[in-house]
Design a protein around this ligand. Structure first.
Ligand SMILES: Cc1cc2nc3c(=O)[nH]c(=O)nc-3n(C[C@H](O)[C@H](O)[C@H](O)COP(=O)(O)O)c2cc1C
Length: 336
């Protein structure tokens, strides 16, 4: 997939996720082969007030798309230009955030109710940046106001290079299923790349979305939590193949260590344990007896205690798995 002149190495992209797609997380996804990583959404107004020191864009993650939200076209354009100056590989304008505190300012999904304003924003931002400009939209405000196609056509006319659609309405939030049919409708309505998003949790599902909708790329959000391996097949021809074996326990434990070190290097010693706990939860979700491990996790405040708990948990799961495979071998030899 190409965004403007920018050729991506894979059509699988990491979704912007507030509180999650920080520098360490983006680096892990990129390291696995993800074609494009997004920052979490950044308030354009907040950026002007507080400065951009929180944002780190490094060459090792190139291209990083900086996602901005806001409502003032001039401010968005000015901040987009600043982000480009800092090394953003692309700029994305958020037209889909359903959160009350964002919507009440007129930003995020609320903008979809005002196509003229969307146009003004996109025209102004387009004039200020040379890197690819993209938007991320929802289906519309509610079931009575589905206008993703109208907004996509406006975006194309304004010189936007690609559109990501998460086909749920603002009112829907994350409930129900994403309406993949709408991804196909948007794709057929415009001549720029369309990235489909919503409910893709495995490479085979990414392939299904590509085939059913004709979209150009697939964005993955929740499916990447605790699972950077989801990006390891760069080429969509391989997406149909579920990994023969899921990441081993050793790979998971190593990934937690790696993630911890990146987090520590980025945020400093203080706060790293708190930051990493949610990821440890995701890395271990679905493993044997994870419930009791998870309830212990939130009480761990020191690095040493955290790693001791992680290590003994993985040790427990390993022994349990060995025991289970021994038992099934025994059963087979008795019944066989
Ligand atoms: C915790 C969380 C934070 C999110 N933050 C953002 C955000 O900052 N910007 C944005 O456009 N979408 C955000 N989203 C929406 C995702 O980018 C994506 O559209 C949504 O999760 C659906 O994709 P999925 O089914 O692959 O998770 C967020 C989603 C989650 C779960």
């Amino acid at each position: 997939m190409k965004l403007g002149n920018l050729q991506l190495s894979s059509n699988l992209v990491l979704a912007p996720m507030s509180g999650i797609t920080d520098y360490p997380f983006r680096r892990l996804a990129k390291g696995m082969g993800c074609g494009l990583v997004f920052t979490e959404m950044v308030s354009a107004e907040g950026w002007l007030r507080k400065g951009e020191s929180f944002l780190k864009i490094e060459k090792d993650q190139y291209p990083v798309s900086v996602q901005l939200f806001g409502v003032d076209p001039d401010i968005l354009a000015e901040v987009a230009q600043m982000a480009e100056g800092m090394g953003a590989g692309a700029i994305d304008i958020n037209l889909g955030c359903p959160a009350k505190q964002v919507v009440k300012t007129g930003a995020g999904a609320d903008l979809m109710r005002f196509p003229e304003r969307v146009k003004e924003i996109l025209v102004k931002v387009r004039r200020k940046v040379d890197v690819p400009l993209t938007i991320k939209i929802r289906s519309g405000w509610d079931n009575e106001h589905i206008n993703a196609i109208e907004i996509s056509r406006i975006a194309e006319d304004c010189g936007v290079d690609a559109i990501t659609i998460h086909p749920r309405t603002r009112v829907q939030g994350f409930r129900g299923r994403a309406d993949w049919n709408l991804i196909g409708e948007v794709k057929r309505a415009v001549n720029i790349p369309v990235i489909g998003n919503g409910d893709v949790t495995t490479p085979p599902l990414a392939k299904k979305m590509l085939e059913e909708t004709g979209c150009d790329g697939v964005m993955i959000g929740r499916g990447a939590l605790g699972n950077p391996w989801i990006f390891r097949y760069k080429n969509s021809e391989h997406w149909g193949r579920e990994p023969a074996t899921p990441p081993s326990l050793e790979e998971r434990e190593n990934m937690i260590h790696h993630h911890f070190l990146l987090t520590q290097a980025f945020y400093g010693e203080k706060g790293t344990v708190k930051e990493i706990r949610k990821h440890v939860y995701w890395y271990t979700k679905g493993l044997s007896c994870c419930g009791s491990f998870h309830s212990k996790l939130s009480g761990l405040r020191e690095k040493e205690a955290l790693f001791e708990a992680i290590h003994s948990y993985f040790d427990f799961v390993q022994r349990r798995n060995q025991c289970q495979s021994f038992e099934s071998m025994e059963t087979r030899s008795v019944t066989g």
